[in-house]
Design a protein around this ligand. Structure first.
Ligand SMILES: Nc1ncnc2c1ncn2[C@@H]1O[C@H](COP(=O)(O)OS(=O)(=O)O)[C@@H](OP(=O)(O)O)[C@H]1O
Length: 345
């Protein structure tokens, strides 16, 4: 009898437990389904996914390596990208500061063949016209480089800009300075040729060289093409800020006759391995100038553009002689200052 009572109690307890389990389960499922139905569809994705998304978008900016004002598609640059290297823009360590019409473009195009050199393509005019824009602006105009690569820029007007030596010194007192110089008489004619190509109604060279326009009278040193040939004067300013050993003078004449010799001097001066050699050049008889077998931008042989190596107008030999006599003492002074006899007539 006792046994049957306790059996009834156990059965009753089991039934009670089963009922309570059923009620709890049903209630909870209703609750869960209710909550999920109230949450808008766009929120029903996993919260775990949202965290990294927000994190990446807010803290990591995906910047194209080509971002900036220079679109650099050079083979050297593409190679860096392919290798997963991150080049950065640096202020130049070397500058081609002049002289205008000396052969500065040729020098830049020749030296930039070197794998350890990267150059700003166009003249940046930072130390003369754009100085107020600041060094950050200047850096942004430089090409991206890898560690160990040298950044170079050329703006020939730096040589004659009064404030340029102090400004370059302020940027980096170790800046290496390259100056391509050329016989000031030929340089003046080259300068005039460029000016007359833009303004065809200009007076003749002979007319502009002399103060009252007559051959044999006083040379007009206020006329830009003449004034710029007084190299000693501009060099004096640079030597107030830089030792002579930090400047390399390249002969514009030899850069045409034997570019490899001048390029050897340039590579030594810049502390570069001798990579650019005679193998890179050939003489193009149509152009009348040395040209490159290949370079950064071209894989085929090519010469500098039409504005380099223009034919000069005929100039009266008397005027030429008068100008040579005028420049001689100033050239001598320049030879003494640099320790180089450039052999100008
Ligand atoms: N390889 C080669 N090809 C063409 N031209 C050459 C070369 N090497 C030196 N040059 C001489 O460079 C002169 C132009 O000088 P710049 O480049 O300094 O001119 S500029 O100041 O940048 O306008 C340019 O002057 P012009 O002959 O009066 O045109 C050339 O004589």
């Amino acid at each position: 009898m006792e046994f049957s009572v306790s059996r009834k109690i156990i059965v009753a307890l089991i039934i009670l437990a089963a009922i309570s389990i059923y009620i709890t389960f049903t209630f909870n499922s209703c609750l869960v389904s209710n909550i999920s139905n109230r949450v808008p569809k766009w929120r029903r994705t996993s919260v775990v996914n949202e965290i990294p998304l927000i994190h990446y978008t807010s803290s990591v900016r995906v910047v194209s390596l080509l971002e900036g004002n220079e679109t650099d598609l050079s083979p050297k640059y593409k190679l860096f990208k392919e290798q997963g290297l991150r080049p950065e823009r640096q202020l130049p360590e070397a500058l081609i500061i002049g002289v205008k019409k000396g052969g500065t473009r040729a020098l830049l195009e020749f030296i930039r063949i070197h794998p350890d050199v990267r150059a700003a393509g166009s003249e940046v005019h930072f130390f003369d016209k754009n100085y107020h824009k600041g060094f950050q602006w200047y850096r942004e105009h430089m090409p991206p480089t890898l560690e160990g690569q040298l950044t170079i820029e050329k703006t020939p007007s730096y040589f004659i800009t009064k404030e340029a030596p102090r400004r370059v010194h302020m940027m980096n007192l170790s800046t290496k300075l390259l100056v391509v110089v050329r016989d000031p008489v030929t340089r003046a004619i080259s300068d005039y040729t460029q000016a007359v190509s833009k303004k065809p109604d200009m007076k003749s060279f002979e007319n502009l060289v002399f103060i009252n326009g007559t051959v044999g009278s006083i040379v007009d040193t206020s006329w830009g093409p003449i004034k710029l040939g007084l190299y000693y004067k501009y060099l004096t300013r640079w030597l107030k800020f830089f030792p002579l050993s930090q400047l390399l003078f390249i002969s514009g004449e030899r850069l045409i006759q034997d570019p490899a010799i001048e390029l050897k001097r340039v590579q030594d001066f810049l502390g570069l391995k001798k990579v650019v050699t005679e193998k890179h050049f050939y003489f193009n008889s149509t152009k009348g100038f040395p040209c490159l077998f290949k370079s950064e931008g071209h894989s085929a042989p090519h010469c500098l553009g039409k504005t380099k190596g223009r034919s000069h107008p005929y100039v009266d030999p008397l005027v030429l002689q008068r100008l040579r006599d005028f420049y001689r003492p100033f050239n001598m002074r320049f030879y003494q200052m640099t320790g180089i006899n450039f052999g100008w007539p």
